[in-house]
Design a protein. Structure first.
Length: 202
């Protein structure tokens, strides 16, 4: 799928890759169903393989640990949520407004997964090479548009702005895990900090 000309994912190039992607999706969906039924900590890899009707070795060849299943699931969840999120962006032409709306829209779709984000974030920190959902490419595109339009400081490269924004998003996610606030509220506070900083208005 493309958003504003930005590819959110790479389509599998061959039938073999498509089948592998389908198997990975099935395993991650099966795992999430079990996690929601019984809790992340108590579900075992053997149970996931049994529920998905695959050999234990097959599961481990795709995902070495349960956290890797979470990482795949959340990437796919964003892809599946894109039509709903994009409907909220319809009619917005300002790049910062679009980025803001995308963040808030994604928060709505993640709200019910709070119990699983602790182990997911730990895994992502330990494995920064994990495949990206495509959101970073979209963020980079919109940040560059905003910079060209004069909405953001021109001396900061889009890649630098993206690094700052990603770390603020991670901070908002960590706060969400413990604050009792909604993820939308945490993202909104984070967004205002990204745009205006911590200094008091004068």
């Amino acid at each position: 799928m493309f958003i504003y000309g930005v590819p959110m994912s790479k389509p599998p190039a061959s039938l073999r890759e498509r089948k592998r992607q389908m198997t990975a999706d099935l395993l991650a969906d099966t795992a999430m169903a079990l996690f929601q039924e019984r809790g992340f900590k108590v579900v075992t890899m053997d149970e996931i393989a049994s529920r998905a009707e695959v050999a234990r070795g097959t599961l481990y060849s795709y995902f070495p640990v349960k956290e890797a299943l979470l990482s795949h699931y959340f990437g796919q969840h964003l892809q599946r949520s894109l039509p709903d999120i994009m409907a909220q962006l319809a009619g917005l032409t300002d790049p910062l407004q679009r980025l803001h709306a995308f963040l808030l829209g994604s928060a709505v779709h993640l709200e019910s997964y709070r119990d699983f984000f602790g182990p997911y974030l730990q895994y992502r920190f330990a494995h920064p090479e994990s495949p990206d959902s495509g959101s970073s490419r979209l963020f980079l595109h919109l940040l560059e548009e905003a910079r060209v339009a004069g909405q953001l400081r021109g001396e900061l490269a889009p890649e630098v702005l993206l690094d700052y924004l990603r770390n603020l998003v991670l901070g908002a996610l960590h706060r969400w895990l413990h604050s009792g606030e909604t993820l939308q509220a945490e993202y909104e506070r984070m967004w205002q900090f990204f745009l205006h900083g911590a200094a008091r208005p004068v």
